[in-house]
Design a binder for this molecule. Structure first.
Ligand SMILES: C[S@@+](CC[C@H](N)C(=O)[O-])C[C@H]1O[C@@H](n2cnc3c(N)ncnc32)[C@H](O)[C@@H]1O
Length: 204
């Protein structure tokens, strides 16, 4: 089966061209993007958070799945990079761009929780994990990517990823699924039910 997505957000070609021009190569893969669109579509009227806008490719995928009653907040430290996203997407009233440090934003945000959180930068993933998970509504989804080893990873990053995966999987309040697909994803859903006991060892 070929799993290349067959439909794309209208704004994607322009965002990709701008990313190439800016030398920005951290946008999400298109398969990840298609999953973002699907998860957004599963939440009519949903409240969505993206940590790390980049040039807006993930933002565009999320918007492509959202209905007209849904809303998206996307936070980015680098204003120059985020300006690319703003240029292409700011006419969409469903998106709010925040320029600033995600860590600071997470610490000061005091609004409603989110139905979908795409944590695509350090804060929300490798730091401030607890605070970010607090912001996931009951039944809400937390998604992270870039978990499969890459040649350019700095020393110690592989161990940090393993710790993150373990931390998430050991939680009582979330069900997690690893997906060895695209750049390597983990999807977790907040549940009030007791979760399945983790398997330590065993072969089946
Ligand atoms: C992997 S890229 C985001 C890609 C985007 N979500 C997408 O799917 O196309 C990570 C982004 O996080 C930004 N970033 C780094 N540190 C940050 C911080 N402390 N707060 C917010 N954004 C940060 C980087 O500038 C970069 O644009």
């Amino acid at each position: 089966m070929d799993d290349t997505p067959s439909t794309f957000p209208d704004s994607l070609p322009a965002l990709r061209a701008a990313a190439r021009e800016a030398g920005f190569d951290m946008s999400c893969e298109e398969r990840t993007g298609s999953l973002l669109a699907l998860l957004a579509a599963a939440r009519p009227g949903g409240r969505i958070l993206e940590l790390g806008t980049g040039v807006g490719e993930g933002t565009a995928w999320l918007l492509s799945g959202m209905d007209s009653a849904s809303s998206l907040v996307t936070v980015e430290l680098d204003e120059v990079v985020q300006e690319v996203a703003r240029e292409q997407l700011r006419s969409d009233p469903r998106v709010t761009f925040v320029a600033g440090d995600g860590a600071e934003w997470l610490q000061t945000y005091d609004g409603e929780p989110f139905d979908l959180v795409f944590a695509d930068t350090w804060p929300g993933k490798f730091t401030h994990l607890e605070r970010t998970l607090e912001l996931v509504a009951s039944g809400g989804t937390y998604l992270i990517d870039d978990l499969s080893p890459q040649p350019g990873w700095p020393a110690g990053h592989g161990a940090a990823v393993q710790r993150l995966l373990t931390d998430l999987e050991e939680r009582e309040d979330f069900h997690s699924v690893r997906m060895a697909w695209a750049s390597g994803l983990l999807m977790a859903v907040r549940s009030s039910h007791a979760r399945i006991t983790p398997r330590h060892g065993g072969t089946d």
